[in-house]
Design a binder for this molecule. Structure first.
Ligand code: CAA
Length: 378
């Protein structure tokens, strides 16, 4: 797919950055199960923390295609880093861009754009996963302060983010129309970081539980109108799902690159294994799946940029790219044989990281539900 000159430049820059700054840390972050704040600052320095934020608030104001390309290139070497930047931008920052008042935008976006403040998103709860309408966190207005009680789980960047957007029920009788969104700082009284998850993959990214215990959120931090929180979060996930598609795409590309390299170097039966049809078939399937996913991710990004409906296309690109990445990373381990099963090669990490893409920001089952509902309505 033809990219504009600006998109090509960002692709080149992101690729060089990923190879020089991220790749050397990826294995260690995975092993230590810890994200590097130094890397976060470096990414801020090249504008990756302000990708979805307009220039007037200190962001780079790039389009969604460029944003997807950056997530893809980071994920090509490290899924954890791709996910961290995706959660900061499309989950932690975008809702404020979309629904914030001018005062909220001026208060929060410059810090998010500069990376001084990392962002995160709280929707999932112990009893509200795929059924996001089952939110149990409550917010009760007392004077000029909302008092929040409840727990959010699986919050990407939750361990270090200073700014969170989260949902809570303000009107219990109204179902999804009684759910509101808030901007919550980690210094507000009653906010605390609970347990940090130990995970199968994306181990270098922070996944935390966030607890609100009589958490005091100023009324001016209500994001959008009371009762509009569920829809705002659904819209946010429409954008976020494109970036998970981009992450899956990057992981698959990284696994394929490693497989091509290995297949040319590894000799068995007196020749490079790349000369065997069994290996060539795997490489051909990888290349085809990756190409299709890239077209879908960029197409969903373009629809978003054109302000056209993209809910179905975003669900489709996430679903397809995630399942494709699982197949490609599995085959990449197979191409590497015994070497692929060890941590000496990156493909086992890509495989573990890819699994997150079939679950985070809506499982594949939820993507199919969204796609089917839209298709049946058309
Ligand atoms: N954009 C705008 N509005 C939307 C919308 C969208 N994409 N999707 C739904 N809505 C609106 C509907 O129009 C409807 O509005 P009205 O009542 O005014 O008609 C309202 O929201 C309710 O919609 P549904 O009846 O479709 O709601 P539902 O209860 O059937 O749920 C769902 C729909 C698609 C299953 C939704 O619950 C969902 O996406 N679930 C998955 C949640 C998810 O992805 N969670 C992962 C979060 S990531 C995280 O927590 C942590 C992290 O850091 C990664």
């Amino acid at each position: 797919m033809t990219l504009t000159e600006e998109q090509r430049m960002i692709q080149d820059m992101a690729r060089r950055f990923a190879e020089s700054e991220v790749q050397p840390l990826a294995k260690e972050m995975d092993e230590r199960q810890e994200f590097s704040m130094d890397l976060f600052r470096k990414m801020a320095g090249v504008g990756f923390t302000g990708l979805v934020i307009p220039a007037e608030y200190g962001g780079t104001g790039t389009d969604t295609v460029c944003y997807s390309i950056v997530v893809e290139e980071l994920s090509r070497v490290c899924g954890s880093t791709g996910l961290t930047i995706a959660a900061h931008n499309s989950l932690g920052s975008a809702p404020i861009v979309v629904a914030g008042t001018e005062e909220q935008k001026r208060a929060y976006l410059p810090g998010l754009a500069s990376g001084e403040t990392a962002g995160c998103f709280g929707l999932t709860e112990p009893n509200a996963g795929s059924d996001a309408s089952g939110t149990e966190t409550v917010a009760v207005l007392k004077g000029d302060t909302y008092i929040l009680n409840g727990t959010k789980i699986y919050v990407t960047n939750g361990g270090f983010a200073r700014c969170m957007v989260a949902t809570a029920v303000t009107d219990p009788g109204k179902g999804v129309h009684g759910i509101s969104a808030f901007i919550i700082e980690n210094t507000f009284a009653g906010f605390s970081v609970g347990s940090l998850e130990k995970k199968l993959g994306v181990r270098g990214s922070s996944t935390a539980e966030i607890v609100f215990e009589d958490c005091e959120v100023p009324r001016k931090n209500l994001l959008g109108r009371e009762g509009d929180g569920f829809k705002l979060f659904m819209k946010t996930l429409d954008g976020g799902r494109i970036s998970i598609g981009a992450m899956a795409l990057g992981l698959a590309q990284g696994a394929m690159d490693a497989s091509v390299r290995f297949a040319k170097e590894r000799h068995q039966f007196g020749k490079p294994i790349a000369e065997f049809q069994a290996i060539q078939e795997k490489i051909a399937n990888m290349a085809t799946g990756i190409h299709a996913a890239r077209l879908m991710v960029y197409d969903a990004s373009r629809l978003k940029d054109a302000n056209e409906p993209f809910t179905k296309e975003s669900a489709m690109c996430k679903l397809f790219a995630s399942e494709m990445a699982m197949g490609v990373t599995r085959d990449a381990i197979q191409v590497h044989g015994g070497y692929g099963y060890t941590t000496d090669y990156p493909v086992e990490r890509f495989y573990r990281d890819a699994k997150l893409c079939e679950i985070g920001e809506g499982t594949s089952e939820i993507q199919r539900l969204v796609i089917a509902r839209h298709s049946l309505k058309e």
